[in-house]
Design a protein around this ligand. Structure first.
Ligand SMILES: O=C(O)CCC(=O)C(=O)O
Ligand SMILES: [Fe+2]
Length: 249
């Protein structure tokens, strides 16, 4: 169909692009910590664009601690806010959080690529190291979005597990939550293209919430590309936002 195909065309001229937020759907998974499941947070066109601009840029990130390779075996890359689609997604992530969060509080969006066998061990996204937190500015990570950008046809495994968050019991969740997971293992979100999980990392007093601990489970077959959107407590300078160098924690 002629009229529809132009809407899917890749972006060649940023002046033709208008940022429009899709009608995503939100549901609360847990109120403490606050965890929200978001369906259709990224459009197909956005996902295709993110994949295309990040092609061949993934690498094993610079390491803070020597044991990191065992903790995180995926490869990552950062996306430039100068890209109009990236900037549109940044706006969406800030609007989602109300009007108090400004895009300058976002770290550069990060894509993470997992091949079979790759995973990210249990961790929290909030920083526990006071010195590191001060050095980089912006304070701690208030919130996280983890969005599923791309899966191959044969992807298995690769769920996102929160062992200390109770899984909701209604069977209607079973399309997006792994209902075969044992109850004691908390909640495991299946990787599903376009959908995202949002959660708050910090308690009201700014301390890290230990119950936000989570893992990227090993991908068994196929590939998985996800995206981290991390919001800091305070604005990051343009210089820091443009540097694209954050060690994995
Ligand atoms: O891969 C996942 O499902 C989660 C990744 C994650 O938690 C992270 O990159 O911080
Ligand atoms: Fe994480």
């Amino acid at each position: 169909s002629t009229s529809d195909s132009s809407a899917q065309a890749p972006i060649v001229n940023s002046e033709e692009y208008v940022c429009k937020h899709p009608p995503y759907q939100v549901q609360i998974v847990s109120s403490s910590p606050l965890v929200i499941y978001i369906r259709d947070f990224l459009t197909e066109r956005e996902r295709a664009h993110l994949k295309s601009i990040s092609k061949n840029t993934f690498r094993t990130s610079a390491v803070g601690s020597g044991s990191k390779a065992a903790r995180r075996t995926s490869q990552s890359t950062y996306l430039p806010s100068t890209d109009p689609i990236v900037s549109c997604i940044e706006q969406r992530a800030t609007l989602f959080q109300g009007y108090d969060v400004h895009p300058s509080q976002l770290e550069p969006l990060q894509l993470v690529h997992y091949s079979p066998g790759e995973h990210y061990h249990l961790h929290t996204d909030w920083f526990s190291d006071e010195a590191y937190k001060m050095a980089v500015n912006g304070g701690n990570r208030l919130s996280s979005f983890f969005a599923y950008v791309s899966l191959s046809n044969d992807t298995t495994g690769g769920g996102t597990n929160f062992p200390l968050v109770n899984a909701p019991r209604d069977p209607r969740w079973c399309d997006v939550i792994d209902c075969d997971e044992q109850w004691e293992r908390g909640v495991t979100f299946r990787p599903m293209e376009g959908n995202a999980v949002y959660w708050e990392n910090l308690e009201g007093d700014g301390t890290g919430n230990h119950r936000t601990v989570h893992a990227g489970l090993p991908v068994t077959t196929g590939d998985k590309i996800g995206m981290n959107i991390w919001t800091r407590q305070l604005p990051l300078s343009d210089e820091v936002r443009g540097r694209f160098e954050y060690p994995d924690l």
